[in-house]
Ligand binder design. Structure first.
Ligand SMILES: [Zn+2]
Length: 464
């Protein structure tokens, strides 16, 4: 072969290689089309269900969704029968790294013993139970371990995003921010200086506007997607009253200003009415719990467009296991439970924006969907309850461009539940099919039944 023939041979060879590589890339890009079919479809925003629901998926996105859509040729069809397709549910208030559903004092004793790395491994089970229950996105509102400084929620989120473990898409808060001795102070209720020092901004504890700003900046630096703070007392904390204000208006203003500058939403734990009023005025994005909010505070919320995340499951669980808690906490739980039903009924009547949220960890992970029935029992229409966990939640989370509804170009986060959830809202508790970003997580019975995540076997710490 002379020199020019050799060059011709080489250029032909490189052309052939390019064609082969090109084919390989285009074959990879042309992901298989999956068509999901069921008797009904809820799109996450409409007032009624559509009949003969079809969702067409390619790769990690929805190609189309609606009624009686034609099936593309060569598509894989998954026939789900007498079921309802829905966007993957979203829970606005979880703690996937924790479990405080068991006996309060036993868990409190164990929490000082368990290695945080072990907690992280246990948390992978909670993540799986949650996504298998149909919750494909969660806001994880606080993760902390007394005496340790770790970002287990960030690690969990990242491991899920990288495909190392299976779980929901997580927007994490790292440490809840709060005052010394307040609901989020992890050392409250323990002997003074048992852990050798007072917690500071590096565990979310901050006093004064400048310290609050520092805590927000520290959390964003370490991976927070959303900022959580406690502006009033809480039920599962030993050293405070449930409805007292715990941040000043100046601290709340700094909290909201700093978070919004960094383009993070602010979710505040708040049971008390006065604290809620001040937090809404300060411009927070959501009030979590809101047990004691009076109608005039709800009116303020309505005018400001602030979301309510009711977490009815939390009080429901605590009241059903009341003997698991010390007397001081029992009294706080009873007061919050007595107030929250009227507050929620008023919020529904007044048309307050409501996002689904449960406080999972107070009860065993994977039982999140029980919140739907509690909302319907307190006067919410079933279709509106479904919206709280789809379109509304996506709006609050700031991810409505990507997920929350079954629409073209959104993530293929699709679930199915048996029958018609608008006729029997408990169908949400029997999700039978879960797809997240086009990947089928389950089609049939769950691999980790919620009951397998034992409330008493997992020693964790108190939090929100
Ligand atoms: Zn909480």
């Amino acid at each position: 072969m002379n020199v020019s023939a050799f060059h011709r041979f080489c250029s032909r060879l490189s052309f052939t290689l390019l064609v082969l590589i090109g084919c390989a890339i285009s074959t990879h890009a042309a992901d298989k089309v999956i068509v999901l079919k069921a008797a009904r479809l809820f799109d996450g925003k409409s007032k009624t269900l559509a009949q003969n629901g079809v969702v067409i998926v390619q790769g990690n996105k929805i190609v189309d969704a609606g009624s009686n859509l034609p099936t593309p040729t060569d598509a894989q069809v998954i026939e789900l029968g007498d079921a309802t397709l829905s966007p993957g549910f979203m829970d606005g208030h979880t703690h996937l790294t924790l479990d405080f559903s068991g006996n309060y004092n036993e868990r409190r004793l164990k929490e000082v013993d368990l290695n945080v790395s072990e907690q992280a491994i246990i948390a992978t089970r909670y993540a799986r139970a949650t996504v298998e229950a149909g919750f494909t996105t969660v806001r994880d509102l606080g993760s902390r371990f007394v005496g340790s400084k770790e970002f287990v929620d960030v690690a969990l989120r990242n491991s899920i995003n990288k495909g190392v473990i299976v779980g929901p898409r997580m927007l994490v808060a790292t440490y809840g921010i709060g005052a010394t001795g307040g609901h989020f102070d992890p050392t409250s209720g323990f002997r003074d200086m048992l852990f050798g020092h007072e917690p500071d901004f590096s565990q979310g504890i901050a006093d004064g506007p400048d310290a609050i700003r520092k805590a927000v900046r520290f959390e964003v630096k370490n991976g927070a997607d959303v900022i959580k703070a406690a502006v009033s007392g809480g039920v599962l904390s030993l050293a405070d009253e449930v409805d007292t204000p715990q941040l000043t208006p100046a601290e709340m203003a700094a909290l909201v200003d700093e978070s919004h500058r960094l383009r993070k939403k602010v979710a505040v734990h708040c049971h008390g009415d006065q604290a809620a009023k001040e937090a809404i005025e300060a411009g927070v994005d959501s009030i979590e719990h809101g047990s004691f909010m009076k109608p005039e505070t709800l009116t303020l919320m309505k005018n400001k467009g602030t979301y309510l995340t009711p977490t009815l499951m939390a009080t429901e669980w605590i009241m059903s296991k009341i003997d698991n808690y010390p007397p001081a906490l029992q009294a706080k739980a009873k007061a919050a439970a007595a107030a929250r039903s009227d507050m929620f009924r008023n919020a529904v009547k007044m048309g307050i924006k409501i996002s689904f949220g449960t406080d999972a960890a107070v009860f065993p992970h994977g039982q999140n969907a029980k919140e739907f029935k509690l909302m319907v029992d307190l006067g919410m229409q079933p279709i509106d309850a479904l919206k709280t966990a789809t379109g509304n939640a996506a709006d609050l989370f700031g991810v409505a461009q990507k997920t929350g509804t079954l629409e073209k170009a959104k993530f293929a986060d699709v679930i199915a539940m048996p029958g018609d959830p608008t006729a029997d809202i408990t169908a949400t508790e029997r999700v039978s099919f879960v797809m997240k970003e086009g990947k089928i997580i389950r089609n049939g019975p769950p691999s980790v039944p919620p009951v397998a995540v034992s409330p008493d076997a997992d020693p964790e710490i108190p939090a929100d």
